[in-house]
Write a protein that binds this ligand. Structure first.
Ligand SMILES: *[C@@H]1O[C@H](CO)[C@@H](O)[C@H](O)[C@H]1NC(C)=O
Ligand SMILES: *[C@@H]1O[C@H](CO)[C@@H](O)[C@H](O)[C@H]1NC(C)=O
Ligand SMILES: *[C@@H]1O[C@H](CO)[C@@H](O)[C@H](O)[C@H]1NC(C)=O
Ligand SMILES: *[C@@H]1O[C@H](CO)[C@@H](O)[C@H](O)[C@H]1NC(C)=O
Ligand SMILES: *[C@@H]1O[C@H](CO)[C@@H](O)[C@H](O)[C@H]1NC(C)=O
Ligand SMILES: *[C@@H]1O[C@H](CO)[C@@H](O)[C@H](O)[C@H]1NC(C)=O
Length: 832
């Protein structure tokens, strides 16, 4: 039976008695079973799988997620909760909205463990239409989170963003549907405070999060029996004094009437049960309250307290007068339901109150007899209670909080070459100084001083930090870009200009006033969850510049915005050129050059700056291509400074992207630059095979590229699974070397993996083998053992020169011809 049929089956008999009500059918109604290719039902509602078929259209194509299935679900677990979608980077669901107005959005979270994911350790944020509703969220038990918000536009976007502490998030099911128009009204709520009671306006423009939904005096009401598929739970656990209350119920359906509550506001079952005062011989003449304490936690949020009443205790009109207190404030004195409900008993009614946060972290609701009650008829009732957090208010309150850490960046723009060179020289000198000072440096934290070059003096400003003695004092170029400029550049963050979702939000294409093309990475506004990544990225990008690292043009930190602005990379991501986009396939030579470029960028990260930097999220979407297909490594949001001289690893929470993650890092939570080498090995196989690192739609043994490719590499049959476009181009020797290089990168233990310097040299050798037949023949049998290759050591920072910079260290000059000499020497030496 379909849910709506079921609905009619259950309620039609009642509806016949109540001609003014009718069953509620939401105009927008989306139910998704996440991470599943099949449909699942829960309480008679059909949730459509989001991995295939009609359900898959809601997930943006460029998302960073995988489908996960519980291999051993508990026997009682609903089918809906046996799959989950796991997000390893910000990912978007988009729902078309047919009708503006209040909508309900529910997320079902039921963590399980499968493959390498323990969903109980996930931590992530969720935003709905740009508004952060969950941040740093994590759960060990099944929970449903419900939000009520007004949609004023043609779509509703839900973004899941992993926290940096866990690196992934998940969801089992999503519901998005229109609320009945009378669910949240703008007027009529009573704001309770020291100043007395005032009307609270514009409730419908608040974002509400359901905290408690209680069927007072009654049993559980499941979504099956609720008009809006809500769950109502009994109140007993919240009663401060259980003996004060007595359950009461009726078998007659309530008399709904206009001016009161409709059955969408709360279902029959809620109004047909209540708690009343428990009066016996000893208490018959005494006045007392029934009191409930509902925990709401800290955080300074206001709450909407909706109390439901239906007089099912009186035998005639004007018997029941009672008082309502919230947080000990008199919230409603002398409540007379029979007057409010136009002299009809058993008529549902609700009252909305808004209360500020209290230090006790509970919302306390009391009902007790009013002074108007006749002594023989002292009573008070409550049928239902809902407590909803006003997420919006607190959100806006945090805006404007000041941060003191500020870190400025050092970007260079095209038109400033002369100035840049001067600055680069300064940086070079600074870095030499820094290297000398390295051992005596007391702490990793360095204060940076802004010094603006971009945009002239129109918006230059000086920093509070000018007094600090940073080694970068004169060397770094600061760049704050006004928010207004970025609004202009991106046509006010036009959805059509979205070119991807990065580590902590959306990426837009834009053009600055001076014509510079930029990529604008905007954190979810108002949310602070990406802050550590934001700062990391600025800190790191301010320390380094390299031809093969994407450079930062500037940043904006205004009006609770966190925005990073990068050079625009014309050709997009490497992944984009490998598969799934229909672009012409890259040649083998192009792929090698791109791999070499990326390896060089990474090698520079690991060794080129004073402390060494571990990228932590190497993948084909983080390798970008400029208009000449020059590869640049992007997205340093997860980076950490590498081990100091006295350590061998950095211990930290597991981060990174599924399919690329170093198994050793995962096991031991220890980060070394060899974790990047592992991820890079996966990228190499991706380049060779032109398929994703994880493809859940493939046969089981093929899902994980690293495992799959290694099987064929070990059999010596790698050519069986390479991109068919490469089959005739790629020389066997080049393929052999490439396969070996990738294989070594994927060694189980970090110590067995080559350094990025070694990988780089081997890739260059692959290119030589491909390009230079003679050399190939001469040295075909020579094996370069990668561990035996000299590791490139710390390389001084050199401005964007030729790609052969590293050779300088070896004293072999920087020209192409010398490169082959280097190889000849190596081959000769190692060949013995
Ligand atoms: C799931 O339900 C949708 C909508 O009812 C339907 O179009 C689709 O064919 C179903 N898919 C499967 C696998 O049953
Ligand atoms: C909803 O409101 C937005 C802006 O207020 C408007 O652009 C859009 O057309 C409306 N959509 C519908 C379906 O009424
Ligand atoms: C309520 O909303 C109306 C229109 O949406 C606006 O003009 C008014 O200023 C708002 N009032 C408050 C108190 O926010
Ligand atoms: C729905 O409510 C009716 C009446 O209270 C009850 O008999 C029935 O068991 C409920 N069904 C479910 C699935 O909760
Ligand atoms: C209350 O009082 C009545 C009459 O005095 C007596 O019959 C009844 O047992 C008493 N009930 C209780 C619970 O004490
Ligand atoms: C009921 O609770 C309110 C608020 O705490 C209090 O002011 C009032 O005195 C109580 N009434 C009785 C009869 O205890």
């Amino acid at each position: 039976m379909r849910p709506d049929e079921l609905f009619h089956f259950l309620f039609l008999p009642l509806l016949a008695l109540l001609p003014f009500s009718s069953a509620f059918t939401p105009s927008d109604n989306y139910l998704l079973s996440c991470g599943s290719a099949t449909n699942a039902s829960l309480f008679g509602r059909l949730f459509v799988g989001d991995s295939a078929g009609p359900g898959s259209t809601f997930l943006s194509k460029d998302d960073h997620s995988v489908s996960l299935t519980d291999q051993k679900p508990p026997p009682s677990s609903p089918e809906l909760y046996n799959t989950a979608r796991v997000f390893t980077a910000a990912s978007v669901y988009r729902f078309d909205i047919k009708k503006n107005g209040t909508h309900l959005v529910r997320f079902h979270f039921s963590p399980f463990s499968a493959h390498s994911f323990d969903l109980k350790s996930a931590a992530f944020g969720v935003s709905v239409n740009g508004f952060s509703v969950l941040s740093g969220f994590s759960t060990k038990a099944t929970v449903v989170k419900e939000f009520i918000l007004k949609v004023d536009g043609n779509s509703l976007d839900i973004i899941f963003t992993p926290s940096s502490s866990s690196g992934f998030g998940f969801v089992n099911a999503i519901e998005v549907f229109s609320a009945p128009p009378d669910l949240i009204l703008d007027d009529g709520a009573r704001l309770i405070s020291d100043a007395g009671t005032q009307e609270y306006k514009n409730m419908s423009s608040q974002v509400l999060e359901t905290v408690h939904r209680i069927n007072v005096g009654g049993p559980n009401v499941t979504p099956f029996n609720d008009t809006l598929w809500r769950t109502w739970i009994p109140d007993d656990d919240y009663l401060v004094l259980k003996s004060a209350a007595k359950r009461v119920s009726t078998t007659h359906p309530p008399n709904y009437q206009s001016g009161g509550a409709s059955r969408e506001v709360a279902p029959d079952n809620v109004y047909m049960t209540a708690q009343e005062m428990n009066r016996d011989n000893s208490t018959i003449n005494s006045k007392f309250n029934i009191t409930w304490d509902f925990p709401v936690g800290s955080g300074g949020f206001s709450h909407l307290v909706r109390l439901h009443f239906c007089d099912i205790v009186s035998t005639s009109l004007n018997q029941l007068y009672f008082d309502v207190y919230i947080d000990d404030y008199p919230a409603y004195i002398n409540l007379d339901l029979s007057v409010l409900m136009d002299h009809l008993l058993a008529s549902p009614y609700y009252i909305d109150f808004v209360v500020d946060s209290s230090p006790s972290e509970v919302v306390r609701v009391s009902v007790g007899p009013s002074d108007l009650s006749s002594p023989m008829r002292m009573n008070a009732i409550l049928n239902g209670a809902e407590i909803m957090k006003l997420v919006t208010l607190a959100g806006s309150r945090t805006i404007g909080k000041k941060r003191n850490v500020w870190v400025i960046v050092g970007p260079v723009l095209g038109g400033f070459v002369g100035l840049c060179l001067v600055v680069l020289l300064v940086i070079l000198m600074v870095m030499k100084c820094k290297k000398k000072k390295l051992k005596s440096r007391p702490s990793e934290s360095v204060a940076w001083t802004p010094l603006r070059v971009y945009g002239g003096s129109s918006h230059s400003r000086t920093s509070q930090n000018t007094a600090t003695t940073s080694p970068g004092q004169n060397g770094y170029l600061g760049l704050r870009i006004p928010f207004a400029d970025l609004q202009l550049a991106t046509n006010n963050f036009d959805k059509n200009l979205i070119i991807g979702s990065g580590g902590f939000g959306m990426v837009y294409k834009g053009v600055l006033k001076d014509g510079t093309k930029i990529a604008v990475k905007r954190g979810v506004p108002g949310s602070r969850q990406g802050l550590p990544e934001f700062q990391t990225e600025i800190t790191i990008l301010s320390k380094i510049r390299h031809r093969h690292l994407v450079s930062l043009v500037g940043y904006c930190e205004e009006q609770s915005e966190m925005i990073l602005v990068y050079e625009y990379m014309e050709k997009g991501s490497l992944k984009h050129h490998l598969y799934g986009s229909g672009l012409p396939p890259l040649t083998w030579k192009q792929r090698l050059e791109i791999s070499i470029g990326a390896a060089r960028g990474l090698h520079y990260l690991h060794t080129g700056s004073a402390q060494g930097i571990i990228h932590r999220d190497i993948k084909s979407t983080n390798i970008l291509l400029d208009e000449n297909y020059v590869a640049k490594v992007a997205d340093f949001g997860l980076s950490r400074s590498g081990p100091r001289l006295d350590e061998t690893h950095v211990s930290t929470g597991v981060k990174g992207s599924f399919g690329y993650l170093d198994p050793e890092y995962f096991r031991r939570q220890q980060l070394t630059d060899k974790s990047d080498v592992y991820s890079f090995g996966v990228v190499l196989f991706e380049v060779l095979c032109a398929r994703p690192a994880v493809d859940p739609l493939l046969a089981r043994e093929q899902v994980n590229l690293a495992e799959w490719a290694m099987q064929w590499q070990k059999k010596g049959m790698l050519e069986e699974i390479i991109d068919p476009n490469l089959v005739r181009q790629i020389r066997p020797s080049s393929l052999k070397k490439f396969g070996e290089t990738a294989e070594k990168c994927l060694a189980d233990y970090g110590v067995d993996r080559p350094s990025m310097g070694d990988v780089l040299w081997n890739l260059e050798y692959c290119l030589q083998l491909q390009e230079n037949e003679k050399q190939r023949e001469a040295h075909e049998d020579s094996e370069i053992g990668m561990q035996d290759l000299p590791s490139a050591t710390t390389v001084p920072w050199v401005p964007s020169q030729s790609v052969r910079i590293e050779r300088d260290e070896e004293g072999n000059g920087s020209s192409e011809t010398n490169t082959s000499q280097v190889f000849s020497q190596l081959i000769t030496n190692e060949g013995r």
